[in-house]
Design a protein around this ligand. Structure first.
Ligand code: 5GP
Ligand code: MN
Length: 318
């Protein structure tokens, strides 16, 4: 069984590097830090690297240990978390490829099974929820610190326990965390409720541009680099914009385009409500994700990109 191999590799390894997807969100960071704290408790020489992480997660235990580069070239073991495709380890793929052993733990619908040992469960609402099982298997006690990291992942990826995919296990776990003193309300507020001024300003811009297509079944909006410069946007300012369109009555697919740093195209974010598999749509755009939340990339000017994506989305509507 994969889990037995994972246990064996972790117990055997001394130096371990933890990696996650580019532009890491709360599940990516929460899962990585939960694993980091857990492996530390086993006495491992563990490192955690990522770039462009939003500072709203700085409160998480271990966050100050996150580095932008590893100290070694070759690790005994590399563990990728919350990442469906090796390309999304963007900038850190070499650590993964060069490691003596590789593991990935993930919950994406589209997963290219890029590790030696792939522990992938697309029905799990968050990578962090899969880690509960993995840590139990490793015999690691879920402390308040580890629990705080895992809960951050779960709260992020379930939109605060509201998406399909949330199970009785999710709530049982939260109940256990409350019992050990994890401040669920505080995490919820930090992760989902309070937004920075620049997030608010970018949302205002995106809302003003929001358009509807196909009798209101598609919502579309975008932001440019210029917008972000104008409001001095934080690294995560665009997050949550695509959900605004999704939550409007009658909308099945919400499309959000964010101009990329190179200014030669757009990062695509798609969300759906009831029946469209947006991960399938994103496969057409060099991406992937989950059934109701997915992303991709398109290198075209705005108008052309918009038309291409709307054309693709239309095919999936009833
Ligand atoms: P978001 O729209 O929040 O950036 O991403 C939604 C979901 O799709 C996330 O689970 C994210 O990991 C996944 N995703 C976003 N962009 C890409 C991409 O370019 N490739 C793949 N494989 N998945 C993506
Ligand atoms: Mn996730």
């Amino acid at each position: 069984m994969t889990i037995d191999n994972i246990k064996e590799e972790i117990f055997k390894a001394d130096s371990i590097i933890i990696l996650t997807h580019e532009m890491p969100d709360g599940d990516a960071i929460g899962s990585s830090l939960a694993m980091y704290n857990a492996l530390k408790s086993l006495g491992k020489d563990v490192e955690i690297v990522m770039a462009n992480n939003s500072d709203i997660f700085n409160f998480l235990p271990g966050a100050s240990q996150i580095k932008s580069q590893g100290t070694k070239k070759i690790y005994d073991l590399a563990i990728a978390l919350d990442c469906g495709d090796i390309k999304r380890l963007n900038g850190y793929t070499e650590y993964f490829q060069d490691a003596n052993a590789t593991i990935q733990i993930d919950h994406h619908e589209i997963n290219t099974m890029f590790a030696e040992y792939n522990f992938v469960n697309p029905t799990a609402p968050a990578c962090a929820q899969i880690l509960i099982t993995v840590l139990e298997e490793l015999g690691i006690k879920i402390t308040k610190e580890i629990g705080t990291c895992l809960l951050t992942g779960i709260i992020t990826d379930t939109g605060g326990f509201k998406y399909q995919g949330v199970t009785a296990e999710t709530f049982e776990f939260v109940a256990e965390l409350l019992n050990i003193g994890v401040n669920v309300s505080n995490i919820y507020k930090r992760v989902l409720q309070v937004i920075s001024r620049s997030k608010f300003e970018l949302r205002k811009i995106a809302i003003n541009r929001l358009e509807f297509y196909e009798d209101g079944k598609i919502a579309f909006t975008y932001t440019t680099r210029e917008d972000e410069e104008k409001i001095n946007a934080s690294i995560d300012a665009h997050e949550g914009i695509v959900e605004i369109g999704r939550d409007i009555e009658g909308v099945e697919i919400s499309v959000f385009l964010r101009e990329n740093i190179e200014r030669d195209g757009y990062k695509i974010s798609l969300r759906s409500n009831d029946y469209v598999n947006v991960a399938d749509i994103c496969l057409m755009f060099n991406g992937g994700g989950h059934i109701r939340a997915a992303g991709g990339n398109i290198k075209l000017p705005l108008e052309e990109a918009k038309l291409r994506i709307l054309d693709e989305c239309r095919k999936y509507l009833k």
